[in-house]
Design a protein around this ligand. Structure first.
Ligand SMILES: [Zn+2]
Length: 196
């Protein structure tokens, strides 16, 4: 369905040099049924090794290159209530909230996802869905206790990747209001293009 639509992005495999201590244990592929989308809240540009300490299975840099940091079967403390059953994808940038606010913009900068980042993110979600038989796409905030990551991944990434995956890959976000643990539901404003 999407084969002709996307060119495979460059994938840089850093699984040999990322921190092994992050891999708390191995998990069963039978349990993995979701991807969880994140934003890093910062940018260190397009140098893959600059992200090797990021706690996620994958990082998508602004130029669209995908950095693979940990094997899919590694349990990481990356996605709160979704840790056991999901693969985590971090998008590099400090992206705005649905009201246009940025977290510590003076220090962390102000970014929007690039078209290359969006294309690579879609490709990666589609590939993981196919490879692992995934059914769900979640926003980190849906699984974060006490909602400490309320703007993760933020409306830009959710609309352009999460909603896209629902429409084009028939993935499921649990439905309106769905959360795990003490997470927070996806805001209505995240389900359309960002306006502020
Ligand atoms: Zn997150």
């Amino acid at each position: 369905m999407f084969g002709a639509m996307f060119i495979e992005p460059e994938i840089v495999d850093l699984t040999a040099i990322s921190p092994k201590a992050y891999r708390l244990r191995s998990r069963s592929s039978a349990r993995i049924d979701a991807v969880v989308l994140h934003q890093t809240g910062f940018s260190r540009g397009n140098t893959p090794t600059s992200y090797k300490d990021t706690k996620a299975h994958y990082v998508v840099m602004p130029n669209g290159t995908v950095v693979h940091l940990h094997p899919n079967m590694a349990y990481l403390a990356a996605s709160s209530a979704f840790n056991e059953d999901s693969v985590s994808i971090e998008f590099v940038g400090n992206f705005p909230s649905d009201s246009g606010g940025y977290w510590q913009p003076g220090k962390m900068g102000k970014h929007r996802p690039t078209s290359d980042q969006v294309a690579s993110g879609r490709w990666l979600v589609a590939r993981l869905q196919k490879e692992l038989g995934l059914s769900f796409v979640f926003a980190h905030r849906q699984g974060e206790t006490a909602n400490a990551r309320g703007n993760c991944p933020g409306p830009d990434i959710w609309y352009q990747i999460g909603e896209w995956a629902k429409t084009h890959l028939r993935m499921d976000d649990g439905g309106e209001g769905y959360v795990e643990g003490n997470g927070a539901a996806i805001p209505k404003k995240w389900r359309g293009p960002l306006r502020f």
